[in-house]
Design a protein around this ligand. Structure first.
Ligand code: NAD
Length: 504
């Protein structure tokens, strides 16, 4: 952990019971601008007492929030989406400063979260039960979708606006209260979004934010008052969170790591495909869980490799604040070091480094964590660069003789987050759609993140838990279904034969 003593550096607050609180923690971490290494603020690792206070505030608020009429809940999110729109430029600038992605990508990050807030405003239509009339003579059965209680969310660094907004708006709209633990690498935009949620009318205690790392996360997984845990992040941490939370009897949904493959068929639209590939591989410096980090060129499409390399060179690397930047720096010096280590392993293991983006010069930002688009060809499945998620602007290219060989390769990879096929053949695309075991499937769409009327998904090592974030599935995740079977008797008439049955 880095430490800085300068008292002038702003301190990120906790949000507990509607108050912004300066943590009493003795452990703090610097939040660093990845383009300049400037310390922007310091974030606390909350004490156990502070985490417990946030959970208690949420438990207290639940007593009244759970009974708040649907219309009142929905109107808060109508107001909230308006506030996010009004503050878009401020939120994007904050996000770029602490995370590094370009301002355009930062706006996209906020916007994809905003779409979930808009969806939450329609909660009246989403949280509907079912009714069957006359399941027996004079008997009806219906379901109620009732909130669980206090829910928790743990989010990663790469989408510090979108992913918190995947979680707390739908949890709160369904009548729960929430404790959020943002990434300790870039919590500032998340805090600003929490402040705007309070401004929109989320009552005190309904949304709480605590900061920290493993200890705080473990406390959220252990505390008996927490009923459900949503996690997005790496497979290693997500597996731990899932096991710990479920062993403690909680619901859990964990969206985790990725190694997303694109299949390029020889009949694909060449220019469109090449443009899509470079955008999806290198955009946001490859730090998207849906980045296309692996391309399989099928048959004749293997001759497109030189053009793919040339196209990759055209992307402009710069600080995210600079006009025209296509990709910015990676989030931290340690992330950059790890990426360099994996590139060295790729060379060592015999892959061809067709484009080397290491150690670029970015005028004015010489201290930034920059790496330009990097491309390996002749990659094989046994190599570390294929097996591990690189999470940087590094594209691995493999070859396959047929569509079925490419599908088999993808299905043999442990991860199943996103994938795409590029082809003009409807039959090939349909075959791919049917046979591939991956959560998000794109057909001539490189990053097929579903809009919030659907739910985000994932297969195999990319997801634990049955139900995904947002959409219809998350309403199931954040509610308990109660099934009511009811019967009513007519009033007894004086002198009438009493036909009521006494239940024993
Ligand atoms: P990470 O797993 O390091 O951190 C995620 C969260 O877990 C953070 O809040 C962090 O503080 C906490 N954490 C870290 N170490 C912990 C530990 N030992 N015990 C308990 N909690 C701990 O992930 P990251 O580096 O912030 O994010 C990148 C990862 O997230 C990538 O693997 C990416 O694929 C994945 N991701 C997945 C999705 C998806 O929807 N599948 C979306 C975005 C990111």
């Amino acid at each position: 952990m880095q430490t800085t003593d300068a008292t002038a550096i702003p301190r990120v607050k906790l949000l507990i019971g509607g108050e912004l609180i300066d943590s009493a923690s003795s452990q703090w971490r610097d939040i660093i601008n990845p383009a300049t290494q400037q310390v922007l603020a310091r974030v606390p690792f909350a004490t156990q007492g502070e985490v417990d206070a946030a959970i208690s505030a949420a438990a207290e608020a639940f007593k009244t929030w759970r009974k708040t009429p649907i219309g009142a809940r929905a109107r808060i999110f109508l107001k909230y989406q308006q506030l996010i729109r009004e503050h878009m430029a401020e939120l994007a600038a904050l996000l770029t400063a602490e995370q590094g992605k370009t301002l355009a990508d930062a706006e996209g990050d906020v916007f994809r979260g905003l779409e979930v807030v808009e969806h939450a405003a329609g909660i009246g239509n989403l949280q509907l039960g079912e009714l069957a009339n006359n399941v027996a003579g004079g008997v009806d059965t219906y379901t109620l979708l009732q909130p669980l209680g206090v829910c928790a969310g743990i989010t990663p660094f790469n989408f510090p606006a979108m992913i918190p907004l995947w979680m707390f708006p739908m949890a709160i709209a369904t009548g729960n209260t929430f404790v959020l633990k943002p990434s300790e690498q870039d919590p500032m935009v998340t805090m600003r979004l929490a402040e705007l949620a309070m401004q929109a009318g989320v009552p005190a205690g309904v949304l709480n934010v605590v900061h920290g790392g493993a200890e705080v996360v473990n406390r959220l997984c252990d505390h008996p008052e927490i009923k459900a845990v949503s996690f997005v992040g790496s497979t290693q941490v997500g597996t731990h969170v899932y096991n710990r939370a479920t062993q403690n009897g909680k619901r859990a949904q964990c969206m985790m790591g990725a190694k997303n493959h694109a299949i390029v068929m020889p009949d694909a639209n060449r220019q469109q495909t090449l443009n899509n590939l470079v955008g999806a591989a290198f955009g946001a410096a490859g730090q998207r869980c849906m980045a296309l980090s692996t391309v399989i060129l099928v048959g004749e499409a293997q001759t497109w490799l030189p053009e793919l390399v040339e196209r990759s060179k055209t992307l402009r690397l710069n600080a995210g604040t600079e006009a025209g930047a296509d990709l910015g720096p990676v989030v931290s010096c340690s992330a950059l070091e790890r990426i360099h280590g994996l590139i060295a392993a790729g060379i060592e293991e015999g892959a061809t480094l067709a484009l080397d983006g290491r150690n670029p010069t970015v005028p004015g930002f010489e201290r930034g964590n920059f790496i330009a688009p990097t491309l390996f060809s002749d990659v094989t499945p046994s190599m570390r660069i294929y097996r591990e998620e690189i999470f940087g602007p590094v594209l691995c290219v493999l070859n396959a003789a047929s569509l079925d060989e490419a599908i088999a390769l993808i299905n043999a990879n442990p991860n199943g987050n996103g994938t795409a096929i590029f082809t003009r053949s409807g039959a090939a695309a349909r075959h791919f759609q049917e046979e591939i075991d991956v959560g998000q499937v794109g057909i001539n769409v490189p990053i097929p993140v579903p809009v919030p009327i659907f739910s985000f998904s994932g297969s195999r090592a990319s997801k634990l838990g049955d139900l995904g974030p947002y959409g219809k599935q998350v309403v199931q995740f954040y509610t308990q279904t109660k099934t009511v079977t009811q019967r009513w008797f007519d009033e007894d008439e004086v002198g009438a034969v009493n036909t009521t049955i006494t239940l024993k």
